[in-house]
Design a protein around this ligand. Structure first.
Ligand SMILES: Cc1ncc(C[n+]2csc(CCOP(=O)(O)OP(=O)(O)O)c2C)c(N)n1
Ligand SMILES: [Mg+2]
Length: 330
């Protein structure tokens, strides 16, 4: 695996801070009703992405649920286009037609962006199947929440994926809650990784607040898949600071609980390493913070100044099949 060097920590700090501030800006734009519909933010979970990117290689793919704005940024999609998508603009990744939950960019190996809980789990195995079938190098990182772990589709997919030794890593981003329901309330035990045991699938828990721990676990799982030894299930214990979505009043948890997790915040942990190892001066850190702010402002400016798509686009992206059998009965 690539080593954890000074530049690893510096890049992690700058990237994770950018992702967080980018999403803080989205929250503000949501309150101004410039972002419409649902908005599920990633604040607190950034180490899960930072660690994964460290372990991924060029042809590896990612698929996730609706908490999906920063993963494509990590994979190289222009963040200006993502913000534009959220504002429904023509310059967005899907010309403004997908919105928050549906970021998609196969050119960057990002396959969405899925609103049906657990719906992306079989799709992720399908992407991995295609790579195996066509003898292409590539591992698919398939993310889902703790709430999706009890879906039947997960079990059907696990069975096939281990049986066929598909090059996939199943990653449960266990943030403790499915909307307002805690993991403890939905099952007999809260160690989701144990679901892998029944399939004899390598599995285990991972500290999701620390990008080093995530990168190490991901590396092992990704390389296992790449050499043909099949899937792994990682139960990455993380936490989201914001509500499930912007319309969540959060009556199901206490403010103290959120504060406890902020003490082990991934960005602060990385910054502590930078400071203790003297990788950068206070002045340098302040400059990075300013760079991040400017970059977010640039995204906002681009998104706000972009036009909405022309109404004609609505007619271009739906179709009526002339010989559809039921049409003649209307
Ligand atoms: C099949 C299905 N059932 C219910 C919902 C409504 N719903 C949206 S998000 C969610 C909770 C999912 O929680 P989790 O998988 O833990 O993901 P997190 O939001 O914590 O990232 C539910 C029940 C849905 N979108 N799809
Ligand atoms: Mg959850």
């Amino acid at each position: 695996m690539k080593k954890f060097t000074k530049s690893t920590y510096i890049n992690w700090y700058k990237d994770m801070l950018f992702w967080r501030k980018f999403e803080d800006k989205l929250a503000a734009l949501y309150i101004q009703q410039k972002v419409r519909g649902f908005l599920h933010l990633y604040n607190g979970q950034e180490a899960v992405l930072a660690g994964a990117l460290h372990a991924m290689k060029e042809n590896d793919k990612m698929i996730t649920a609706y908490r999906n704005h920063v993963q494509p940024i990590g994979l190289g999609v222009d963040p200006k286009r993502i913000m534009a998508e959220l504002l429904g603009k023509d310059t967005g990744t899907s010309r403004g037609l997908g919105g928050s939950m549906h970021i998609f960019s196969p050119e960057h190996n990002f396959y969405g962006g899925h609103g049906i809980v657990g719906g992306q789990i079989p799709l992720g195995a399908g992407l991995a199947f295609a790579d195996k079938y066509f003898e292409r190098d590539g591992v698919t990182l398939t993310y889902f929440g703790d709430g999706a772990a009890r879906q039947g589709s997960l079990h059907e997919t696990f069975n096939m994926a281990i049986n066929w030794k598909l090059p996939v890593v199943f990653i449960c981003e266990n943030n403790g809650y499915a909307m307002g329901t805690s993991v403890e309330r939905t099952a007999n035990h809260d160690d989701i990784w144990k679901l892998g045991l029944g399939y004899e699938m390598p599995c285990g828990p991972v500290d999701g607040m620390n990008p080093v721990a995530v990168a190490e676990a991901m590396h092992e799982a990704i390389e296992r898949a790449r050499r043909g030894d099949g899937p792994t299930l990682l139960d990455i214990k993380t936490y989201r600071y914001r509500g499930h979505s912007m319309s969540d009043a959060q009556h199901y948890r206490t403010k103290q609980e959120v504060e406890e997790y902020k003490k082990i915040d991934p960005i602060s942990q990385v910054l502590d390493v930078i400071k203790s190892k003297k990788y950068a001066s206070e002045k340098q850190i302040k400059e990075w913070d300013q760079e991040v702010k400017d970059k977010v402002a640039e995204c906002q400016k681009f998104a706000e100044e972009s036009p909405f798509p022309d109404k004609q686009l609505l007619y271009d992206v739906v179709y009526e099949q002339e010989d559809y059998p039921f049409l003649k009965h209307r």
